[in-house]
Each structure stands twice: as C-alpha cells, then as structure tokens.
Write a protein that binds this ligand. Structure first.
Ligand SMILES: Cc1cc2nc3c(=O)[nH]c(=O)nc-3n(C[C@H](O)[C@H](O)[C@H](O)COP(=O)(O)O)c2cc1C
Length: 194
C-alpha cells in the first residue's frame, strides 16, 4: 500500500475506544513510547514543544485513581458529594493499560499566544490517536474528572500558568467502536475561487 492510502485509511478508520471496551491485556510499553515519539513530532509555533505527558501504568494507575477520587472528595462540599462519581474516579482508570495525563507547559516569556500552545498539544494528541489506530490499540481523549481542577495540576508537574488538558486512556481492544458517522465536510467548508 502506498503512503497516501495508508494515511487516509488510518485517519478515516480512527475511532475513540472507551475504557469499558478494553481487554485486560496490557499494551506493550514500546507502543506507548512510539506514541510519545510521534506526539513529539507535532507542529508547534516557535519550537516551544508545549506538550507535557505523565504516563501511568501498573500500580501507577492505582495511584492516579486514588489521587483523583480523593481530590474530588476533598474539593466537594458534603451536600454536593456524589458517591457514584467518587467510585467512577476510583474504578474507571483500572480498566486501562496506560493513562497519559496531557499537559500544556506555558512558555516562560509568554510570547506565543496561549491558544496556539493548546492547539499544538491537540496536534500532539492526534498523533497519539493515529499511532494507536495504526497499532490497533484502543484510545480516547477524556477531559472529565480532575482535568480543569486547579489544585490537581501540581500532581502532574504543572504550574499555575500551565494547563491540564485531560487524559489519554489506552488499552487493548475487546470490543470495537462502531464506524463513526460524521456530518459531511461540505457543511464546514467554503471554497473561494475567484
Ligand atoms: C479535547 C477533547 C476532549 C474530549 N473529552 C471527552 C470526554 O470528556 N468524554 C468523552 O466521552 N469523550 C471525550 N472526547 C472524545 C470525543 O467524545 C470523541 O472524539 C467523539 O465522540 C468522536 O468520536 P471519535 O473520536 O471516535 O471520532 C474528547 C475529545 C476531545 C478532542
């Protein structure tokens, strides 16, 4: 297959696969390392390479699960506390082989607009998504849980000006996602030709 066919196929067939669809067979660390290498090849403005990743696997996943559920408990007033949310924060991560926390490290000089640093991290995550697809590994970018919680950032080595942008959940696929039906691209594009 030539490069064009391969890239089109990988992009078009990419799907999000959620932790409930993962098997309990762990993903090889070498695959994770390739995903990270490919993330690092993403476009970014001013060579800032603003992505920061923390990879959790094995007992590290239990550490993440405990951290996020306990932080939820600490941050939530008693009358708002939801036991189901607490348990999900504790149990969902355990379905994954690896979880990569996705961070954006703000440039010291703040010369590059923040939005461009976030966009660059989005490009890096897409590279991980496509790598996962090529290896037929399940993955999905989730922005729930402690993603936008200010006092979660330190746990992931992020400072005040940095951002936690979510988590990339990874596992071998037990149950495939159905084909994705997207709205046609024509709805989102205007051509100006003269
Ligand atoms: C920045 C970002 C954040 C997302 N956060 C969530 C999330 O919190 N929960 C969720 O179910 N899906 C989340 N998704 C995944 C989308 O729901 C998923 O990409 C969408 O359903 C389209 O499916 P597909 O990836 O298979 O094409 C997120 C995707 C992006 C790009």
């Amino acid at each position: 297959m030539d490069k064009i066919k391969i890239v089109n196929q990988i992009i078009q067939e990419r799907r999000s696969t959620y932790p409930a669809q993962f098997s309990d067979v762990p993903v090889d660390n070498e695959v994770i390392k390739q995903m990270l290498e490919n993330a690092n090849a993403a476009p970014n403005h001013g060579k800032t390479q603003p992505w920061r990743f923390v990879v959790f696997s094995g007992d590290g996943i239990k550490k993440l699960a405990t951290f996020q559920s306990e932080l939820y408990k600490k941050n939530t007033p008693e009358d708002k506390f939801n036991q189901n949310t607490y348990e999900k924060l504790q149990e969902n991560p355990l379905k994954c082989s690896h979880i990569i926390a996705i961070g954006m490290k703000r440039q010291e000089t703040a010369k590059i607009p923040e939005i461009e640093e976030i966009e660059a991290v989005g490009c890096a995550v897409q590279n991980m998504y496509l790598t996962a697809q090529a290896y037929q590994i399940g993955a999905y970018w989730g922005s729930g849980g402690v993603t936008y919680v200010e006092n979660a950032k330190e746990f992931f080595g992020l400072g005040k000006e940095d951002k936690l942008l979510g988590f990339f959940y990874i596992g071998n696929i037990a149950k495939e996602s159905p084909i994705s039906i997207k709205k046609p691209i024509e709805d989102a594009v205007k051509w100006i030709t003269e």
